[in-house]
Structure formats: C-alpha cells, structure tokens
Design a protein around this ligand. Structure first.
Ligand code: NAD
Ligand SMILES: O=C(O)C(=O)C[C@@H](O)[C@H](O)[C@H](O)COP(=O)(O)O
Ligand code: ZN
Length: 364
C-alpha cells in the first residue's frame, strides 16, 4: 500500500517498492497520465536508469523525450530552468503532458518548478534516485531554484501526481550522498519520531548503505516518508507545523550560500545546522546536554561533519541568516529541539547565543 500525501484534490501516492522503476508506465497510467512525457535528469543518473524508465514508458505507448541537465547544486538556477522550458517548447508539451524528474533533489526541485510554471502547470511525477530525495525532497511540493542572495529563494509550491521510490537505485549512490540523505532522516527523528531516532541509534554501522539490513532500510524509508507526508498533509504551505521540517536549515542554508555550494552537500550543511540549533537549544535551556550529545553522536556515526571548516566567515553566515524564508519583520526564526521527537519554532534567540553556537561549531 502506498503512503498517501493527503491534500484533497491534490492528494498523491508515494510508492516504495524494489523494481518500481520498471513499472513507471503502469504507475503513470494509474494516475491518469497520457501522451507526451519529458524525462528530466542528469548524465550520471540517466546513464544508470534512463533506459529502464524510457523503455517502461515507450512500451505502454507514451511519447517520450529527454532533457539532460548538468549535475550539481551550482546549476540549480533560473538559467537551467530556461533549458527545461526550451525542451518543453521544442516538444510542444501540453497541459496534459507530464514532466518526470529522474534524479536527486536538485533535478526534482528544478523539474518541479518547470512543471509548475510551463503553461501555468502540467503533470509532474517524482522518481527520486538519492536517499535525500526519497525521504524528503521528492515529497511535499517545494520546488524552485537558488538565487545569488540565497538558497531556494525562487520557487513555487507544486505537488507531484505521484512519487515512485525504487530503493534498488541506492546501490549506485556515492557514499557521500547516502550520508547526506541520512542527515534529513536524523532530522525526522529529532523533530517528530523518537522511534526512528532509536532505530538509527541501534544500528551498529550507519555510515554506509551496504551495512544496513534490507528491513532496516525499508523501515527508515517508511518512517521518513510517512513523517513528511503527515506533516505536509497538515500544512501544505508552511503556515505552521511544516516549518519544523526546516530544523537545521536556518544555519545550514546560510552555510551553503556563504560557501557557494562548494564545500558541503545540502545534507552535510543541515547536519552542521542541527548541531548548531541543538547548541542554541542547550544555551536557552530548551533541551539537555545529554540529548545534544546523542544527536551529535548519531551525526558522527553517519560520518557526517560535526565541525565547520575554520576558514569560513562567521559574520557572513550571520548576515546570510537574514535571507531565511522564515524571517518575519526582520526577526530570524529558528526551529529548536525540546526533546528527541519534539521541536518548536522561536524568534527569541539573542545574537550572542547564535554567535556562541557558531563558535562552538568551529572550535570543538
Ligand atoms: N524540495 C524539498 O522539499 C527539498 C528537500 C530537501 C532538499 N532539497 C534540495 O535537494 C537538493 C539536494 O538533493 P540531493 O542530496 O539529492 O543531491 P543531488 O540532487 O545534487 O544529487 C547528488 C548527486 O548524486 C548523483 N546521483 C543521484 N542519484 C544517483 C544514483 N542513484 N546513483 C548514482 N549517482 C546518483 C547525482 O548525479 C548528483 O551528482 C538541494 O538543492 C536541496 O535544497 C529539496
Ligand atoms: O519540505 C520542507 O518544508 C522542508 O523544509 C524540507 C527541507 O529539507 C528542504 O531542504 C527544503 O527545500 C527547505 O525549504 P526552504 O523553504 O527553507 O527553502
Ligand atoms: Zn533539506
């Protein structure tokens, strides 16, 4: 049974099943897809999985074209979106046509934004190929690109018609990207799901995909996708509870922007952001030193970074915080943990507390 993101007429299924890539055609028919399909991907991912998806669609009568974009966060911008539009125009995509994102969060965010805006919205399906995109980016309808001033500043809420997760594709995922996805999994454990946190803590080896037993990976995928689906179903446009999903992102996004996406993957920056947010929470008396060390230990067990490179300009990070989308009337708002499985938002964090958390992040 798929997990459902429940949003009235915009509700959609998340299928998690090995070999589901081979069933892309049937799944697309199930959700009413017909006619033209544009697969948006990058060269590495398309080399691994493009043909499977292409064939699955062609054999069921779809008219399939491809749009292969350069890989990397630094291409997540409006210039690349224009390339997708060129393909949409060249292949005359119509309102009933479908864009399929075959890739990680970068491809998903961009393909989704193009789908949201081409002809003011055409069908969109997510086939995430990174752990991070499976558990987070492909679900919930946040689409968009970066701007020179900051991360994801341009975008739209636009839900996919389905999310198709084939865990087998993780076999080719580079280990650094697997770890990056684990950061968002840890996030769910801290903000929402203590059982997931305990499951992660109980793993003897978390740092590589191949060390995880199949049933544990399945549980991790289900817990994570279910958590995201539950939160998004309650608050599609981040008017309230959805902001919890931004745990670790306030400082994480600032780190990514200031370092121009060169040093850290998104998940690595979020891991650092969670440690800093946890430290702020300790300073404010929101959560215990003991829970902060459990969080830090888990992050370290995954072999995600727990320290910021010393040459990074802390003042620049503090300035970049002002571009966070949660800012209200100039006040930066943080998601802070209260206990494992519970977090809340506050705009009452004194500047010296933020400064101290950043200093701690460097000097450990
Ligand atoms: N929309 C959302 O809700 C949301 C949530 C979280 C993150 N994001 C965004 O997602 C992006 C990060 O996504 P990501 O971590 O998936 O990184 P990514 O999309 O950059 O992919 C990472 C790398 O893995 C490679 N790759 C992907 N799948 C592969 C596979 N199966 N085998 C081999 N190589 C593979 C890609 O070519 C790429 O080089 C960021 O831009 C972030 O802002 C969005
Ligand atoms: O889905 C959400 O809501 C999230 O915040 C998930 C985050 O992991 C993700 O990185 C998201 O893109 C960040 O959103 P933003 O609004 O801060 O750009
Ligand atoms: Zn994220």
């Amino acid at each position: 049974m798929p997990i459902i993101v429940s949003l009235d007429e915009r509700s959609y299924p998340i299928y998690i099943s090995p070999q589901s890539l081979h069933r892309t055609g049937e799944l697309l028919i199930d959700i009413g897809g017909k006619g033209k399909v544009l697969i948006v991907s990058n060269p590495v991912i398309f080399r691994h999985y493009g043909e499977i998806v292409f064939t699955a669609l062609i054999t069921l009568g779809f008219e399939v074209q491809t749009c292969i974009l350069p890989a990397g966060e630094r291409y997540k911008n409006l210039k690349t979106i224009e390339r997708i539009y060129q393909h949409c125009a060249q292949y005359r995509l119509e309102r009933r046509s479908t864009i399929i994102a075959l890739g990680g969060g970068v491809i998903g965010d961009m393909a989704g934004f193009a789908a949201a805006t081409w002809l003011r919205g055409i069908n969109f399906v997510q086939i995430p190929t990174t752990l991070l995109a499976m558990v987070d980016a492909a679900i919930g309808g946040k689409t968009g690109v970066n701007h020179a001033q900051g991360k994801n500043l341009i975008g739209a809420f636009y839900q996919p018609k389905a999310v198709v997760i084939d865990p087998n594709v993780l076999q080719t995922l580079p280990v650094r990207e697997y770890r990056s996805g684990m950061a968002e999994v840890i996030k769910y454990g801290v903000i929402w799901e203590p059982e997931l946190f305990n499951l992660l803590e109980s793993q003897p080896q978390l740092s590589q995909y191949r060390y995880l037993a199949t049933q544990d990976l399945e549980k991790i995928l289900y817990f994570s996708c279910q958590t995201k689906a539950t939160i998004v179903s309650q608050d599609e446009r981040e008017g309230g509870i959805r902001a919890l999903l931004n745990y670790g992102h306030t400082i994480g996004h600032a780190i990514e922007t200031v370092t121009q996406y060169r040093y850290y993957t998104h998940g690595e920056a979020v891991a650092l952001g969670m440690i800093a947010a946890g430290d702020i929470a300790v300073q404010l008396g929101w959560w215990s030193k003991d829970e902060q060390s459990r969080q830090k230990q888990l992050i370290a067990n995954v072999k995600l970074p727990i320290q910021l490179k010393p040459d990074i300009d802390l003042e620049a990070i503090k300035l970049a915080l002002n571009w966070d989308k949660k800012v209200v009337q100039g006040a930066v708002r943080f998601i802070l943990p209260k206990k494992i499985g519970q977090a809340a938002m506050t705009d009452q964090v004194p500047p010296d507390v933020i400064h101290q958390a950043l200093i701690c992040l460097i000097a450990q």
